[in-house]
Design a protein around this ligand. Structure first.
Ligand SMILES: *[C@@H]1O[C@H](CO)[C@@H](O)[C@H](O)[C@H]1NC(C)=O
Ligand SMILES: CC(=O)N[C@H]1CO[C@H](CO)[C@@H](O)[C@@H]1O
Length: 420
């Protein structure tokens, strides 16, 4: 936020003429283009990496959930603050309890040509948009994924949709917050898209896209977080194609708190009686490349009585792993950035999923994605991959995989299809 407001002021003073058109990008870490919007639209921060001109006028309602995120520099590199407390002996010894309960054993498939991921799909953005406008107005500040987009992907074999939501819209701070009642209109919107996805035979991942924050602050009340997850699980537990994702991209938080929040979510979900699969995420944006040093030693202590955890990591291919540049470092960079994490997943016999990956529409990036996903699949460590991102409002965003014309559709839908 600080970054973007400063950029807006500077941009407005110096470059008053350079205005972005409606739906175009107008800010975000690494963005050097226009930061003001055409008349009749305003610049809305969707996440730290992407602001977009949305039609209408800015309304200021409540606090953002992202206020504390801005000082961590342009790259998602790990900061020393997050790593000082960790121990340095990670992988091999821990966790034998999950071995027997893996429902699929991808590495057992003898023929690499027929081996497939269990989950292949996309992130569906929209309902988490307008992060500075809470609760915001449906159709103005946020939107739900398009059923036609779901149709497009399922017709091509993709089977998993990570549905991004905003916890403050599910459980408004004004009516009790994490332990309060759900907002009827918003949760009904979530029900509708979840049911649409699962009725097509696909998996719907419920992703509170909150970075471990709620109503402007880091979530520290693990009991309240547990209650929130019990309530969500009670609502969706009868749908076996729903997957619970504890939170999107914890970052710059105390490592023990990240683990405690994940464990609270697991406990809350299981307290409801739900048997659904649970995706957990780590600190520092859950990056795969930094997983071993940042998250491995502590995240391995998570316990699920049903042994249905999947460790979700994110990985981008540009120089700082932020997914803000269309230029990929090399044609093998995805494999290289996945290698340590892959070994960790294998050594600990846990399932891992690449919950966000994205890259530009160019031959080096395409090679890197193909190469990295092939490596991930053949390793047997990873159960799936989800592209960042689909959603109706991405406009010209270079990683948009929203059909039919998103910048990543022609290059990456066929690649994703080949893995499922
Ligand atoms: C992707 O790149 C190819 C090759 O440069 C180009 O032909 C195609 O139009 C691009 N697709 C989109 C949607 O921009
Ligand atoms: C490149 C990109 O937009 N990555 C995003 C993926 O995940 C969340 C989305 O809100 C953000 O942390 C990243 O900015």
């Amino acid at each position: 936020m600080k970054v973007e407001i400063a950029a807006l002021i500077a941009g407005g003073a110096a470059l008053a003429s350079a205005q972005q058109s409606v739906w175009g990008q107008c800010g975000g870490i690494g963005w050097t283009g226009p930061t003001t919007c055409a008349s009749g639209s305003y610049c809305s921060s969707l996440n730290p990496y992407y602001s977009q001109c949305l039609p209408g006028a800015q309304t200021t309602t409540a606090a953002t959930t992202t206020a504390s995120r801005t000082t961590t520099s342009a790259s998602r590199t790990t900061t020393s603050a997050s790593t000082t407390a960790r121990t340095t002996t990670p992988t091999t010894t821990l966790r034998t309890s999950t071995t027997t309960t893996r429902t699929t054993t991808p590495s057992a498939s003898p023929t690499t040509g027929t081996k497939k991921f269990e989950y292949v799909g996309v992130n569906e953005s929209g309902a988490e948009f307008g992060e500075n406008t809470i609760p915001g107005v449906l159709g103005t500040h946020y939107t739900w994924p398009s059923p036609s987009s779901i149709d497009y992907f399922t017709a091509r074999g993709l089977n998993t949709f990570r549905i991004n939501t905003k916890m403050e819209r599910i459980s408004p701070p004004s009516s009790g917050g994490l332990t309060g009642p759900f907002d009827n209109a918003y949760i009904s919107g979530l029900d509708t898209i979840v049911n649409y996805v699962t009725n097509k035979g696909a998996y719907a991942i419920i992703d509170p896209h909150n970075y471990g924050r709620f109503n402007g602050g880091i979530i520290t009340d693990t009991n309240a977080f547990k209650t929130w997850w019990t309530n969500i699980a009670n609502r969706y537990k009868n749908n076996p194609r729903v997957i619970f994702d504890t939170n999107n991209e914890y970052h710059t938080m105390d490592q023990n708190l990240v683990v405690a929040l994940n464990q609270a979510a697991i406990d809350g979900i299981r307290a409801s009686g739900a048997t659904n699969t649970i995706f957990v995420e780590g600190n520092q944006w859950s990056g795969a490349w930094s997983w071993l040093s940042v998250n491995a030693p502590t995240m391995i202590t998570l316990r699920d009585p049903l042994n249905k955890l999947v460790f979700q990591m994110h990985q981008y291919l540009d120089s700082d792993s932020s997914g803000t540049s269309e230029t990929c470092v090399s044609a093998t960079i995805l494999k290289e950035r996945l290698t340590e994490a892959t070994n960790w997943c294998l050594q600990n016999n846990v399932k891992c999923i690449l919950g966000e990956v994205g890259a530009g529409n160019n031959s080096q990036c395409k090679q890197a994605v193909q190469d990295g996903l092939t490596y991930a699949l053949n390793s047997g460590a990873w159960v799936g991959v989800l592209w960042w991102a689909a959603g109706p409002w991405w406009g010209t965003y270079f990683q948009s995989i929203e059909p039919p014309n998103g910048a990543a559709v022609s290059a990456y839908v066929p690649i994703l299809q080949s893995f499922v």
